[in-house]
Design a protein around this ligand. Structure first.
Ligand code: SME
Length: 207
């Protein structure tokens, strides 16, 4: 009887630990261990599970920003951080067919890390939605890509798009680009949330 009760207690504790484990990951850094929300521990390494976002859309972006800050913390490499942020965004937000980066190289934007189908490599400054965001320094929200003069179709499935410039001081380092197969997928909540994520990325690069 006593043994049975002990088994039940162990079951309850294991279930509780299992649930907690799904919500935390352990990042191994030079300076020790850090707990990250949204991950789960693995043996002999680090994994980062994308926790399902909850609440209203602004709240979801707040949670996503926290996950991005944790994911990029302690790393300044541009390729590493843009690759991880593109993956986080692509898997966390619904109805995307492309999410990634273009970086400024002279008078062009050159494709960086992304998730989605292979994309156009070079975009002239000022061309397409990406070029417009880079040249103006302003986020471009495009509800219907076919109605945007000069839109560059990398994936024929794309119907709407949002492009956020990556501003540092007076310079535009590149852009963060998201495409959707749904018309009108992006609105002002997306603009505000994604501009914050872009700022987290730029800040992660250091000086
Ligand atoms: N549609 C973009 C080109 C990049 S792809 O969407 C990945 C544009 O018009 O600039």
């Amino acid at each position: 009887m006593a043994a049975l009760r002990m088994v039940e207690v162990v079951d309850v504790i294991s279930e509780w630990c299992g649930r907690r484990a799904r919500h935390w990951s352990i990042a191994i850094r030079e300076n020790g261990f850090r707990l990250l929300p949204g991950g789960s521990p693995t043996i002999g390494g680090m994994s980062f599970d994308i926790t399902e976002l909850s609440g209203g859309r602004a709240e979801q972006y707040r949670q996503l920003r926290e996950q991005a800050e944790s994911l990029l913390a302690g790393e300044t490499d541009r390729v590493a951080n843009s690759a991880n942020l593109a993956a986080l965004i692509f898997h966390a937000l619904p109805d995307l067919n492309w999410a990634g980066f273009y970086f400024t190289r002279g008078a062009e934007l050159v494709v960086g890390p992304f998730q989605g189908k292979p994309a156009c490599v070079r975009i002239a400054w000022g061309r397409g939605v990406c070029g417009a965001a880079a040249a103006s320094g302003e986020t471009q929200v495009v509800p219907d890509v076919h109605a945007f003069p000069g839109h560059i179709a990398c994936d024929a499935d794309s119907r709407s798009e949002i492009v956020i410039p990556l501003r540092r001081g007076g310079a535009v380092l590149g852009v963060l680009d998201l495409d959707s197969p749904k018309p009108g997928r992006f609105d002002e909540v997306d603009r505000a949330g994604l501009e914050e994520l872009a700022a987290v990325f730029v800040a992660s690069l250091g000086d």
